[in-house]
Write a protein that binds this ligand. Structure first.
Ligand SMILES: Cc1cc2nc3c(=O)[nH]c(=O)nc-3n(C[C@H](O)[C@H](O)[C@H](O)COP(=O)(O)O)c2cc1C
Length: 362
């Protein structure tokens, strides 16, 4: 047990993480018909071996048409369970890390090329029909989505329920609902992508109706001792979109509904260019939601160093710090941070214990 903020354990329901570093979800575009494989075992397993407290999978879609691309991971058919369980078993048997699955549906941002092919919409002969709260395309060259009916919503809620039961069979420790970045749930929340005039559009309470229904469906099918998080875009960076004041209100609604922690990101709800921002540009949003709505938060965006994580935690700006690109750069970031902070008893995997005696030179 450490008195260094980054290495202080943190508990949500029955899950305790050993430190405050989270591997942020990152699409790998390497699954086949949604089935994850050796790549995902190594990708997620190595960050767990690297000492990260909580590893979150990439966005994992609950229906095939909810995938961004043909390479996206899924939890929409029984075959997906064993493939994911291999990843989870590796993490649990070779590290102290906990592992969460990010359940998602890409909504109007589905049916695209994988990132390294450019990420644009698939050509007509390969595209599939996409759905969204309103028939507004994401970008000038995107397909126009079909406006979802209440039957579509009911079908997707069933898919989230089934995905949740399978996630439990695969023995994940936590579910994160992807409610950010303009994907389906996020597109219900933002007034820029939801212009419905029924019970699911208009004021924030209505725009939150479908996201909260998804959460309740998940909660009802997920063991009590396991926590649920939601990632949100706390700020759209576009006039007329979600503002941080709205995000605080969303935080209150999520708390009241029973969400355990909010993962606070921003943007990507429209294809407008987001201003270039340096430093911990999203941490003020996480701080406001945490302290004004009274719900634990994770911050993300440019988290890059152990002292910085210590400060964020000690100053009560977030409870956990997610790192995406930094975890690609250094899967062993947590071990390196422990050394930088003089944490002596921070354990490398037993097979790698000798690494603790390595003395880097310039
Ligand atoms: C390759 C890559 C894939 C990503 N995929 C996802 C994803 O599946 N789900 C998600 O919520 N965010 C995704 N993100 C966003 C990251 O989780 C994170 O919020 C963002 O990169 C900012 O954190 P950073 O500054 O530490 O990279 C992705 C980012 C990268 C670089």
């Amino acid at each position: 047990m450490s008195d260094t903020p980054m290495f202080t354990p943190f508990t949500l329901r029955g899950m305790t993480v050993r430190n405050r570093l989270v591997m942020s979800p990152m699409c790998q575009y390497s699954a086949i018909d949604g089935t994850v494989n050796d790549w995902h075992v190594v990708h997620l397993g190595s960050r767990a071996m690297g000492g990260t407290g909580l590893v979150i999978t990439e966005m994992t879609d609950v229906s095939p048409e909810g995938r961004i691309s043909n390479g996206c991971a899924g939890m929409y058919k029984p075959e997906h369970v064993d493939a994911w369980k291999r990843v989870v078993d590796f993490v649990h048997s070779h590290s102290d890390a906990k592992i969460a699955i990010q359940l998602a549906h890409a909504g109007r941002k589905a049916s695209c090329e994988v990132a390294w092919e450019g990420g644009g919409p698939l050509p007509d002969n390969q595209a599939w029909e996409i759905i969204a709260p309103s028939p507004i395309p994401f970008s000038a060259d995107s397909q126009t989505p079909r406006q979802m009916s209440e039957d579509d919503m009911a079908r997707l809620i069933d898919a989230f329920e089934q995905g949740t039961r399978w996630a439990n069979e695969a023995e994940f420790d936590m579910i994160e609902i992807h409610g950010g970045h303009g994907y389906l749930i996020s597109s219900f929340i933002s007034p820029l992508s939801n212009t419905r005039n029924d019970d699911y559009g208009g004021p924030l309470e209505n725009r939150m109706r479908f996201p909260l229904a998804v959460f309740r469906a998940i909660r009802d099918n997920w063991p009590d001792e396991k926590p649920v998080s939601m990632r949100i875009s706390a700020y759209d960076w576009v006039e007329g979109g979600t503002e941080v004041d709205d995000a605080v209100e969303i935080g209150r609604m999520l708390k009241e509904a029973g969400i355990d922690i909010v993962d606070v990101s921003s943007g990507n709800v429209t294809d407008d260019v987001r201003p270039r921002v340096d430093g911990l540009f999203q941490t003020p949003f996480s701080e406001r939601i945490r302290n004004e709505a009274g719900i634990p938060t994770m911050t993300v965006g440019n988290v890059g160093g152990p002292q910085q994580i210590n400060e964020v935690i000690a100053e009560g700006r977030a409870d956990l710090c997610c790192m995406a690109k930094g975890q690609l750069y250094d899967p062993y970031f947590a071990h390196h941070a422990a050394r930088a902070l003089d944490i002596e008893d921070y354990a490398w995997p037993k097979q790698y214990r000798a690494a603790g005696f390595f003395k880097p030179v310039d």
